[in-house]
Design a protein. Sequence first.
Length: 699
Amino acid sequence: MTRLREAARAVRRMLEAESIAIVGASGDASKIGYLPVEYLVNFGYGGKIYPVNPRLSETQGHTVYPSLSALPEVPDIVAIMVAAPRVPAVLEEAGRLGIKAAVVITAGFAEVDDDGTALQSRLVEIADAYGIDMIGPNSVGIIHSPSKMALTFTAALRQGPLAPSGRIGIVSQSGAFGTVLYGLARHQGLRIHSYISAGNEAQLGIPEYVAAMVDHPDIRTIGGYIEGIRDGAAFVEAALAARRAGKPMVFVKVGASAAGATAAASHTGALTGNDQAYDAAFARCGVARAVDEQHMLDLLQAFDVLPTLPAGKRLAIASMSGGAGVQLCDAAEACGLEVLPFDDGVIARLQEVLPPFAAVANPVDFTGQFVTNPTGLRTVMRELAAAGTADAVVLFAGLGWSAGGKWVQPVVEAAGSGSPIVVVSPMATEEQRSRLTAAGVPVYETLRQATRVVASLVAWNSWSPAEAVAPLNPGVAFDGGPVTEAAAKAILAAIGIGVPRGVVATSPEEAVAAAGIEGRVVMKIQADGVDHKTEAGGVRVGVAAGDVAAVYDEIVSAVAGYAPDATSQGVLVEEMISGGVDAVIGTTWQPPFGHVVMVGLGGVTVELLDDVAFALAPVGPAEARSMIESLRGYPLLDGYRGAAPADVDALAHAVSVISRLAAGMGQGLRELEVNPIRVLPVGSGAVALDALAFMCDPQ
């Protein structure tokens, strides 16, 4: 059994604990130590409750014990809610008694200062020494609806009785906002099975909590709010396990940052930030990334109730309002969905039941007649949901509360008969929503919510596992810091990427001798401390043979004036490569997931165009080609306006082998960029015209 799976089993045992000790329980209803006992008692938790506080004898009908050692039995789990300096002693007492699980709710640890960090490290030492599985510290607690266990102080549960258990699990790295998410989910009718507030993740963390929910047979969908992942490999392992189990994961990731770019001198470093690494990781393991908390809740509802998911991008729209239909078309296109015309047969059948002034193309405007007579709507919904018409149907029902909800039954009857149906009804009643969701039809208040959900469902359902490709290792050791262009190109040549013929000259005479390469040449300075050679005056293109010696001296002089401290290693004299389309390939080390590979168009203008695609390394040729085809400028490679199509397969091969090289070198390679790589016509390959590499200092 893997470490992650063992931890998942431990977390599940914590959620299903049959006896709970609460150290720091209070008899004062205004104190947070009062709430866990109150919730456990009022919600009907069936296990044993042991409040612990040396200054109390009773609270809420339960005997209060002076210490853990005074308990009549060893509880399954202990919740600790005492002042931070006292927590280590309580945890150590729990360990001596054989308690194997703890939720440390107390704050004041690594989230505060260095002293808190040291105190948190002490908790980990104690937990590891005694084999205690620990959530927190600084956790809001955990909720397990099937057993009516609410080991938390969140005010979100003051809304009323604990909602019936459902099939959704939620994990959150934010305590306060996580409880808001829980409250919003309840308010919107989502039934939560389990909720875990991660806190500081001193020991257990998001990967373990996700793995526990994947392991639980009653949890179908997992939602989460994260600010950062410590163990990227464990997260990917847990997320891939969720995909194999058919359990969607929907995460809000906040804290987008380009901090990693500030340490790099290349376009790749400027474009590849921490947020792109998370996007790449989510794409690799099939996690749906929500843009905000409402998007996450909307997706959780859709995954929870829909019997089927869209198989493609084709959207059918039915609306009682022509204006809403137009807006839905706009929103769908913005999300990458397709609103295509219906065939003649579908149009003819719709015309039979709709008035002459109704629109029967796509979108269908069936007018307001459905308010009093839903017969036409019944035919519309059955026709649109029929297999082959579209991959999904969005219905705008307008003022859903009107006409006693006669419109609901036709939708219910059509649900499950083919394409999934999503309803937009800003003013549907609770009863109408319940009937629809029970029939497998999610309901949203806005047009944007509905189209955004459908687009996310399409993306999730079209995911496929990454190709299995092996890392590459060049077998060459480098010191830390920058690598010259010539050395970087030698690595590229060794892994099968084309480079121009060239020689590094250390004198004008050697440069003249190298000029026999053929025709005009390109001359570039090779110097440590000069990352952008053009700005330093260190690049000349199209140099004639008779000018090589003079240009050599000019380049060396210009660079010496631009960067006096730079160490020159000579001038690279190369053949000129004409024609083709310029692209860029790069890879940067991005913790916690490792190398992220990037491909884009534009060469030296790639930052300006910002037309790039990212993926976790390594990628295979097919995935690399998909990245290239996703670029807005892909038509430039595909024979735009009569130009010769470029050798996209050669570019995809280069992306793949560079990503494999990055995976093989790991953290030793901080960054590698090929910019530009000239993509020649089909069959002629791709040639790396420039390359830049940075190595990490050997450890």
